[in-house]
Design a protein around this ligand. Structure first.
Ligand code: THU
Length: 162
């Protein structure tokens, strides 16, 4: 018998794009434009990202691959890190992450584990949740109110005693 059970409660909603608020739709449109700048000759999988900051700026990212595969970088991580580099200390309100590429299961278009960890740490630093909008092609949009929904059992750096 286990002596403890850890539960996670992760809620992600799926919305028809046309029912989302205009601000969400604008951010998705910006991410789709950003995806045009993806450099993905190896995977053929293009990803665009757009981060809306509390100062109203929108910072874009698109995945950039490299012949030395591990050196490539995901689109959303580029957007989040660029936001940090260009507007340090300015909170991220929302990040839209999209792909125009074919995908078998649109519900499986999710940030990779590394990007989830980066999004989560951004939330923790700014002490405010980041709204996530995920859209494969023109499918319905997955909406998460916080990155914590994507990292249910997160490593807690507070335990490092920094
Ligand atoms: N990719 C992203 O840009 N974001 C993700 O969350 C998942 C994967 C990119 C990395 C690589 O260039 C391509 O998609 C295939 O994995």
């Amino acid at each position: 018998m286990p002596n403890q059970t850890l539960h996670c409660d992760c809620t992600i909603e799926k919305w028809p794009a046309k029912e989302l608020a205009q601000a969400d739709r604008d951010l998705l449109a910006a991410a789709h434009r950003a995806a045009l700048n993806a450099y993905a000759p190896y995977s053929q999988f293009q990803v665009g990202a757009a981060a809306r900051l509390e100062n109203g700026e929108v910072v874009l990212g698109a995945n950039q691959e490299n012949m030395s595969y591990p050196q490539g970088m995901c689109g959303e991580r580029i957007a989040v890190f660029t936001a940090g580099a260009q507007y340090p200390g300015v909170a991220i309100e929302a990040v839209a992450i999209v792909s125009p590429s074919p995908i078998a299961n649109p519900n499986a278009f999710m940030p990779c584990g590394g990007c989830r960890q980066v999004l989560l740490e951004s939330e923790q630093r700014q002490e405010g949740s980041i709204r996530l909008l995920l859209q494969a092609r023109d499918e319905d949009v997955l909406v998460s109110k916080s990155a914590t929904n994507l990292v249910p059992f997160a490593f807690d750096a507070d335990g490092l005693g920094r």
